[in-house]
Write a protein that binds this ligand. Structure first.
Ligand SMILES: Nc1ncnc2c1ncn2[C@@H]1O[C@H](COP(=O)(O)OP(=O)(O)OP(=O)(O)O)[C@@H](O)[C@H]1O
Ligand SMILES: O=c1[nH]c(=O)c2[nH+]cn([C@@H]3O[C@H](COP(=O)(O)O)[C@@H](O)[C@H]3O)c2[nH]1
Ligand SMILES: NC(=O)CC[C@H](N)C(=O)O
Ligand SMILES: [Mg+2]
Length: 535
């Protein structure tokens, strides 16, 4: 079990979001944190008795069910007795109305998806607080089929749209509100302000959730957890998450944190030397680089199926790491008791959301198994300092701890590295070609000032050969595939619109400088249907 003591809801005013299964629930949490109010999400099945802390307010999310259906989920009634403000969004509004009378919610005659014009009505007093400072006429975004057909007893109607007579309601005396539209999506322009009105104006939550505040508290928590002697191990990749987590551990316990970087033979050009320089020399992290490249490349021989490659690499990472853990223990006075993992909040959300984990397209968590094996074998306990943070919060945390903007802004790089960017069987020679081409592509992107505008970019190798003519000679050589995408969350992506001139220059340099390559192609596929990596 991850350690959960002293997590932020104990020291920051917290808005609890109960998830009824909407695709947007995590966005509610996200929006609240944007104006420095801490928020956590839990499934709608959460019982108040098991919560163990008191939220400043509660938001009930939307959801795919109809409240009147037999198996529809319902919020533990105890939450309504807690005496803190409640805001229901879409399904959440319908839940508030339905619990007061089962006839209050019906299937609408017209479904409403997309923009709607809301007209607010003011009554004076607390009822108006949700729309405080907002115009009477608002554009909102809707996504529902059911609707309220009666105003629940004791409520006022504070907003209507053409299709929804009760698009926003507020209790006459209690701080209970419900809205049919979604304030958490950017298509509701005033949505952020509305959520702020609820969290700050109505719940009275303090806006103290900042990374500067978090660092101090987290360092203290780590010290308390690990104690004065405890040793912590951690796998670092040179990526943003593991570097920020490692820096935080170093600030907390110094050299009792042991970082390990594994060279899997499929790293980018000069990557291990660069990571060593930045993490060890500049950030003062106690780092060991293990060169296991020969073992990885030997094991990849003859393997061409993408999932088999991923599985092999994941398993090998664990073998290498386990051996290294033993070495570190042998050299060290104390036993290693803890294992650092750079889990982020989206991973936590994925595992707790009411709709359950989504389908696996690829086996991503290549080193995820390390923790389980070390915990079972060595009896290690897990420490996850980024468990409550979103990616942009991790970046901000990194900046606060003086990690350079270049590192904090780095494109993600997958654990299996170039092995999933060389299509089919991986060999040292093929990795070398992909590596050189990638270095040319990325450095040209940097020189053109495009790096920060692109979500992720790389060069991959397609070993099915093509014919070319170079220096009057026939050549029969490999193809380099360039990929660059724009994305917000890496779940969907579009190809980056480079200029024709830029791609031509990159192509010329790669063909001239990378032996064994005679063609370069640019991948124009979006995600979906493509994925970001080739395999
Ligand atoms: N070469 C490696 N050596 C040791 N650990 C690794 C290596 N590659 C990946 N890992 C481990 O796998 C974890 C997951 O990788 P992931 O790419 O999701 O995160 P990251 O590399 O820290 O950050 P980013 O998402 O910015 O790349 C890393 O945090 C790290 O613990
Ligand atoms: O640590 C990782 N281990 C992996 O095995 C892995 N596979 C994909 N990725 C990264 O995840 C994001 C989405 O990639 P896909 O669209 O290819 O699934 C992109 O940012 C990918 O680089 C990985 N990261
Ligand atoms: N987005 C939602 O929460 C939808 C609620 C409910 N399923 C409806 O269709 O009205
Ligand atoms: Mg990475």
């Amino acid at each position: 079990m991850p350690s959960t003591e002293a997590i932020p809801h104990n020291s920051f005013d917290t808005i609890l979001v109960l998830d009824n299964g909407s695709q947007y629930t995590h966005l509610i949490t996200r929006r609240l944190r944007e104006f420095n109010v801490y928020s956590e999400m839990l499934p709608c099945t959460q019982k108040l008795a098991d919560l163990g802390w008191k939220p400043k307010g509660i938001i009930l999310s939307g959801g795919p069910y109809s409240v009147y259906e037999k198996d529809a989920p319902h919020i533990d009634p105890a939450f309504f007795e807690l005496g803190v403000p409640i805001l229901g969004i879409c399904y959440g509004l319908q839940e508030i109305a339905h619990r007061l009378h089962a006839d209050n919610v019906v299937a609408g005659t017209a479904r409403e998806y997309g923009h709607a014009d809301l007209k607010a009505t003011r009554f004076g007093g607390h009822v108006d607080k949700l729309f405080d400072g907002l115009e009477d006429a608002m554009t909102v975004w809707m996504s529902h089929g059911d609707k309220l057909c009666n105003l629940p007893e004791g409520f006022h109607t504070i907003g209507t749209t053409q299709n929804s007579e009760f698009a926003a309601i507020a209790h006459q005396t209690e701080p209970v509100y419900g809205i049919q539209f979604h304030p958490e999506v950017t298509h509701t322009p005033q949505g952020g302000k509305l959520l702020q009105n609820f969290a700050v104006g109505i719940c009275g939550a303090q806006q103290t959730w900042t990374m500067a505040e978090f660092i101090g508290q987290e360092i203290k928590r780590i010290r308390d957890l690990v104690g004065p002697e405890g040793q912590v191990l951690g796998a670092v990749s040179g990526g943003v998450d593991s570097t920020v987590a490692a820096k935080l551990m170093t600030e907390a316990i110094g050299d009792r944190f042991h970082a390990v970087l594994v060279d899997n033979g499929c790293m980018r050009l000069n990557e291990c030397a660069l990571v060593k320089d930045v993490l060890q020399e500049q950030l003062g992290i106690n780092l060991t680089v293990v060169d296991a490249s020969e073992e990885f490349l030997a094991g990849l021989k003859g393997v061409d199926d993408p999932e088999k490659k991923r599985k092999f690499i994941g398993g090998k990472f664990i073998d290498v790491f386990e051996a290294e853990a033993k070495k570190i223990e042998a050299q060290n006075a104390g036993k290693v008791e803890w294992f650092l993992q750079g889990t982020l909040y989206p991973d936590v959300i994925e595992s707790i959301s009411f709709k359950g984990p989504s389908q696996t397209i690829k086996t991503h968590h290549n080193v995820g198994g390390i923790a389980e094996r070390l915990m079972a074998g060595h009896g290690l306990k897990l420490i996850e300092p980024l468990r409550e943070l979103f990616k942009d919060e991790v970046r901000e945390l990194g900046r606060q701890m003086s990690i350079s903007p270049e590192l904090v802004g780095r494109h993600p790089f997958p654990g299996p590295g170039l092995a999933i960017r060389v299509l089919g069987e991986v060999t040292k020679e093929k990795v070398e070609m992909a590596r050189k081409a990638d270095n040319i592509f990325i450095s040209m992107i940097r020189e053109a000032g495009l790096y920060d505008d692109i979500g992720q970019a790389y060069a991959a190798l397609d070993p099915s050969r093509a014919v070319g003519v170079m220096g009057d000679k026939r050549v029969y050589a490999n193809i380099i595939l360039l990929r660059a995408i724009s994305t917000r969350d890496f779940m969907t992506a579009t190809p980056y619109p480079f200029s024709y001139e830029f791609l031509t220059k990159v192509s010329t340099r790669i063909v001239n400088e990378v032996q064994g390559v005679c063609r370069v192609a640019y991948d124009f596929t979006s995600k979906p249907p493509g994925t970001i990596e080739m395999e």
